[in-house]
Design a protein around this ligand. Structure first.
Ligand code: ATP
Length: 677
């Protein structure tokens, strides 16, 4: 009979340490299994564990028993350790830099072999047909070929890859994902969704809540990958515009603002080096995937939609999302700049079929004109023609620097498999063939294709090996960085504790009123000094002149004050963080600050301007903000848990108007709000 092994009994402290150890391990394994949990998130949790450890810390031997020099000696040892760790970190970072440049080369070589311009086809499933038995699909998807039945004959169209109706969003993104990595590596990338109205372009780009498409996945991947890169710092900006009837519209400027503030019109400018800029286009700095998604939501709502015969909510314009990236390396003073364009093109319907009239007809003509110009440009690039006709449409002018030699492009054409859409499907696939720049019959020979596949597989294998080397190094760096921070924290704590001890000792000795046993007891207590004995943020601020601390600021939580306007200033001069002050925003009266890691750890500061009485700051999911904290006259209160989000509201005790309060997230467990004026 098996006798269950009895867990050895642990005393209180040992047990606590073991629990903390287990907790750390579970968090580390969580990090490994969940892609959307960033290292910064894990770091935040680690800080909490550290805080718990510090609070629970009981010295193994009485710390007051030795002379003061012991403490100083130990902090000297800590400093030596820090120096060693920093030297090791520098070595690893250099190694990572070398390995990462090799990875980038291999990644680029792999994509070059695949083709810098690739054209895929996605076949839409037959949806909501009441007579499934009688419906015959006119399209036969093969691996890299689509057969279309036209008048009893099968016409073949060659593509780089075909996604059958059963293909999932995951399958599509598996092909797109490597280009996102390329964008982070400094290449310009364009991903287009092309096809007839209702063929599934928006489904592929945007997707649904349960089945997210390329845009949300790309944003997720961008921020995830960049957070792992410990040798570089990335700055992202987000813009969104639409091309409607040949003119450009900034989708992040609300209609009312566009009219009232007579915002300057957009124009395309080119610098001498060939870089393209859309002048006056709103550009928001985005710190995390949440901010980018919020902007995308706002921009999508502003898109022009109109009813056509083919699709009740057909998009009548081209929608262009631009994410610019600036990556700063360790030694290079200049950032590497790149752009990622995610483009949902307008429906390519034949105007006769849709029975379009008036404005709808004009919209259709404008869409078709620019699609045709796009096809010409891609085709000319594919054939390496000397003249590339960029100037024929605004769409190709905007994308001029992102549709070239060093850029990567994926054109995802969408077709319907229904019989009545055969002529549209044929048109779409003819466009795809032209975009591939390969005339029928001029495809690579079988042996050439086999050779290319072999070379691709070889490079892919090397690339995978290189990626895991980089990941391993990054893991080591993160671990050492954490250790280093931990050492620095404990060294700082030791110094502070030493100072406190000296002060206490002299006070105690000067009073000459306590015996030796009491001194030991008190000084032991200093390790985990009770909270009420520590100076609060509030009391620390009290020494400042009026107006420099939270006492002069107002931030009152009042749900009824819906009309109050808020502005969120960027972390850098002149840059906006999130346009949630626009009328098109979902949560108009709130400024959401989620993902504490990017706000608090990387920047440590968040500036909120023009707050009036009745304003509210809502902070969600901020790790460590579970306790009620008081800062000056500002209370940060923990609201009862609503759904799975933790809300914190900042209120002011006075009712005066607060100008430019500044929120500083100082540690994992404190938030301070103070007025700048
Ligand atoms: N692969 C797919 N799987 C499931 N549903 C799909 C798929 N493709 C498209 N749909 C559905 O078909 C409908 C029309 O698709 P969608 O709006 O994406 O078309 P579109 O090409 O963007 O049209 P438009 O040019 O008018 O914007 C939507 O309800 C969408 O959910």
């Amino acid at each position: 009979m098996l006798i269950p092994k009895e867990e050895p009994r642990l005393d209180g402290h040992l047990y606590l340490r073991k629990s903390l150890h287990n907790l750390r391990k579970s968090i580390q394994s969580l990090l490994g299994s969940k892609q959307d949990l960033t290292c910064r998130w894990a770091e935040s949790v680690r800080y909490i564990i550290e805080d718990i450890s510090a609070e629970c810390k009981v010295p193994d031997s009485p710390s007051w028993s030795g002379p003061l020099e012991t403490v100083q000696e130990s902090s000297k040892n800590t400093e030596d350790d820090i120096c060693k760790l920093e030297a090791e970190l520098a070595k690893l970072r250099t190694q990572l830099k070398e390995e990462d440049s090799l990875r980038r080369l291999l990644h680029n070589e792999y994509l070059d072999l695949k083709g810098n311009v690739r054209v895929f086809c996605r076949v839409k499933p037959l949806l909501n047909d009441k007579r499934p038995g009688r419906v015959v699909s006119a399209v036969t998807p093969l691996l890299s070929q689509v057969l279309v039945s036209v008048a009893g004959k099968k016409k073949a169209f060659q593509l780089d890859k075909v996604f059958a109706p059963a293909a999932s969003q995951d399958d599509v993104f598996a092909e797109v994902g490597p280009l996102i990595r390329s964008a982070l590596d400094g290449h310009n990338v364009c991903i287009f969704a092309y096809g007839q109205t209702g063929a599934g372009k928006t489904f592929t780009m945007e997707g649904t809540k349960d089945s997210p498409g390329i845009v949300p996945r790309s944003l997720q991947l961008l921020f995830h990958q960049s957070s792992l890169d410990c040798n570089k710092r990335y700055d992202f900006t987000f813009s969104m515009l639409e091309l409607y009837m040949g003119s450009m519209r900034d989708l992040l400027v609300s209609n009312s603002r566009r009219i009232s503030e007579s915002s300057p019109s957009l124009s395309i400018q080119m610098d001498p080096r060939g870089g393209v800029e859309v002048e006056n286009l709103t550009e928001y700095i985005v710190k995390d995937v949440y901010e980018a998604s919020q902007l995308y939501l706002i921009g999508s709502k502003a898109r022009a939609t109109a009813k056509t015969n083919s699709n009740a909510f057909s998009s009548r314009s081209h929608c262009l999302i631009r994410i610019t990236m600036a990556s700063y390396g360790q030694s290079c003073p200049y950032p590497v700049l790149s752009k990622l364009w995610l483009i949902d093109l307008g429906g390519s319907e034949r105007l006769l079929k849709t029975d379009a009239k008036g404005r709808i007809l004009e919209e259709g003509k404008a869409i078709n004109l620019s699609l045709s110009a796009l096809g010409d440009v891609i085709s000319a690039l594919q054939r390496r023609q000397s003249h590339i006709p960029y100037r024929n449409s605004k769409l190709t002018q905007i994308l001029r620097d992102s549709l070239g030699e060093d850029a990567k492009t994926i054109m995802l054409v969408h077709v319907s498999s229904r019989e009545e859409d055969v002529s549209e499907t044929t048109c779409t696939l003819t466009f795809a063939t032209r975009a591939r720049g390969i005339h029928l019959g001029k495809e690579l020979s079988l042996s050439d294709r086999e050779e290319r596949t072999k070379a691709m597989n070889e490079v892919k294998k090397r690339l995978e090996g290189q990626e895991s080397t980089c990941e391993h190094l990054q893991g080591q760096i993160h671990e050492l960085e954490f250790l280093c921070r931990k050492k620095k924290m404990s060294s700082k704590r030791e110094v502070e504790e030493t100072k406190d001890k000296v002060t206490l000792q002299s006070t105690v000795l000067s009073r000459k009123a306590v015996d030796r046993r009491d001194i030991i007891a008190v000084s032991k207590g200093m390790i985990g000094i009770p909270r009420f004995m520590k100076a609060t943020t509030s009391s620390r601020l009290k020494g400042r002149p009026e107006g420099c601390h939270g006492g002069s600021s107002t931030m009152k939580y009042d749900k009824t004050a819906k009309s109050k306007k808020k502005h969120l200033m960027g972390y850098r001069r002149g840059a906006k963080v999130s346009p949630l002050d626009t009328n098109s925003a979902n949560d108009q009266d709130m400024v959401d600050v989620t993902d504490r890691s990017s706000h608090a750890v990387s920047d440590n500061k968040l500036h909120l301007t023009a707050y009036e009485e009745g304003s509210e700051v809502k902070m969600q999911n901020i790790v460590g903000l579970s306790k009620t904290e008081t800062s000056g006259a500002m209370n940060i209160e923990n609201e009862p848990q609503t759904s799975n989000k933790q809300k914190l509201h900042c209120r002011n005790k006075k009712n005066n108007v607060c100008k430019e309060p500044q929120a500083t997230i100082t540690t994992a467990s404190t938030v301070r709000l103070e007025s700048k004026s």
